[in-house]
Design a protein around this ligand. Structure first.
Ligand code: SF4
Length: 294
């Protein structure tokens, strides 16, 4: 899942890292400079969730107003339900493997809470199992490969070096005006890559804002630079699991875009300003009924 292929590794070593070292990141856009502009949040008493900052799903950001000001509860659809379930699959399989406490899929499935979730449960279960098997096999392969070349390593070291990931790492985004305890999908602590998982077959530029936002937060708390980010796309084509990666340098432009979005959304909440309804809305928007009433 979060392991790089040989080709992606070449891209990292020969293109992204040299670019990051040559171009660099402006000091004022590093997370550890959260106490001064432009990172310092303009409003002290207003907080915004990370998903609200990064999502550009709603063209006018009315979803932020509805959720954060009007406290409207979204109506989930099958796509969102699949996303929630598959995020759970990836994190639970990886955490189980790292903790050496492998979980049984059927037992895991039986514990899902279905309130507010929607979709064909047989199909959702099939998709979850496909991804479950994939993540588990990839983890085992990496562990065995490392074990074969490092026979004198301790078990602890083998796990730490073959699966070098912080999964669902809890971190506070308060210093940057974000609300609640954030949960990072994955951070590779050997390659210093911030990952974000998307269950989607369509790549969008703004998807990059999620790992970039987490990278800035990570820098603000741990004071280490995070120059490389990656969006992992999980989808299914002709019943087959497809995994794609968008690996990139978290440059000044993306960091400034993230800040622009954070400030815009903090302002919507602080001023309780309804940004209005655009001419066209995606029909699977989870606030469609609130805005369009159809
Ligand atoms: S229905 Fe339209 S205006 Fe309302 S939140 Fe969704 S995209 Fe935005």
């Amino acid at each position: 899942m979060y392991f790089l292929s040989e080709l992606e590794h070449k891209l990292l070593l020969n293109k992204i890292l040299p670019q990051a070292r040559q171009v660099g990141v402006s000091p004022e856009l590093r997370g550890w400079n959260w106490h001064q502009p432009p990172l310092k949040p303009y409003y002290d008493d207003v907080k915004v969730p990370m998903y609200a900052v990064c999502s550009k799903y709603c063209p006018t950001s009315r979803d932020v107003f509805l959720n954060q000001v009007e406290k409207a509860k979204p109506i989930l659809n099958e796509k969102v339900t699949l996303g929630k379930i598959l995020h759970g699959v990836v994190s639970d399989v990886l955490l189980g493997f790292i903790d050496r406490s492998e979980i049984d899929f059927e037992e895991w499935w039986s514990k899902i809470r279905w309130e507010g979730m929607y979709g064909d449960r047989d199909l959702l279960k099939k998709r979850a199992k496909q991804l479950w098997d994939y993540v588990l096999i990839v983890c085992k392969t990496h562990y065995i490969t490392h074990s074969a070349i490092q026979p004198y390593s301790s078990e602890r070291d083998l796990y730490a070096s073959s699966i070098p990931f912080l999964i669902e790492h809890k971190i506070s985004g308060e210093l940057l005006g974000l609300s609640g305890l954030l949960s990072i999908d994955c951070y590779d602590y050997l390659k210093c890559i911030m990952f974000d998982l998307k269950v989607d077959d369509k790549q969008e530029d703004w998807h990059r804002l999620f790992p970039v936002g987490y990278a800035i937060v990570f820098e603000s708390v741990h004071e280490v630079p995070v120059d490389v980010c990656c969006v992992i796309y999980v989808s299914f084509i002709r019943d087959k699991l497809v995994i794609k990666k968008d690996l990139f340098f978290a440059n000044n432009e993306l960091r400034s875009w993230w800040l622009e979005e954070r400030d815009k959304k903090l302002q919507i909440i602080a001023l309780r300003k309804d940004p209005g309804i655009p001419n066209q809305c995606p029909e699977d928007c989870i606030y469609y009924k609130f805005c369009r009433g159809e």
